[in-house]
Design a protein around this ligand. Structure first.
Ligand SMILES: [Zn+2]
Length: 174
């Protein structure tokens, strides 16, 4: 895959609810609320947004999107990186305490022009069908997209609501 078509570097996308988006930068469009991601924003901090991956319908597949248009952890301010760490911490804790998954993989690739971190959950079906490890995440994502149906999308949206409630209960929302 060419870098310009990679993870938000393209100018268009179709989310898993079938909505088509046009944007200059997907990360900025999410930050500026130009586009509404499926299930809505789970948590909004001063510097970050937490939501479900808009294109891949896997329950508990979450994205931490940094609001500022930067593409590297090395460009984060101290305040931003503290918030990123906090959001990842609570998102992972939510997925585990809500028994959505007991293992996640974090991914951040600087070839994406806007900094975002994948929190990718592991499920038994993934290991059984593809194997375990970072090299299978693309195949798993494609499979989830191709095999999406109403029931699976409903499950994804339900998990989003559960994680939203978890964050609300934490009480540190602005
Ligand atoms: Zn951007």
């Amino acid at each position: 895959m060419k870098d310009e078509n990679f993870a938000g570097n393209s100018k268009t996308a179709i989310d898993f609810l079938g909505n088509k988006w046009n944007y200059e930068c997907m990360g900025c469009a999410i930050s500026n609320k130009q586009i509404t991601i499926p299930g809505g924003i789970i948590y909004e901090g001063k510097h970050t947004l937490l939501g479900a991956d808009p294109e891949i319908p896997i329950p508990g597949f979450l994205i931490v999107n940094v609001k500022r248009h930067i593409n590297s952890f090395a460009q984060l301010s101290k305040e931003e990186r503290y918030e990123v760490a906090d959001v990842i911490f609570y998102a992972e804790k939510a997925l585990k305490e809500l028994n959505i998954t007991n293992e996640v993989t974090l991914v951040q690739e600087e070839r994406s022009k806007h900094l975002h971190i994948w929190i990718f959950p592991n499920y038994d079906w993934m290991t059984e069908k593809f194997g375990k490890g970072i090299k299978y995440l693309r195949d798993i994502s494609e499979y989830a997209q191709k095999n999406a149906n109403e029931r699976k999308i409903k499950e994804v949206l339900e998990v989003i609501e559960q994680v939203k409630d978890y964050f609300k209960d934490l009480g540190f929302l602005k």
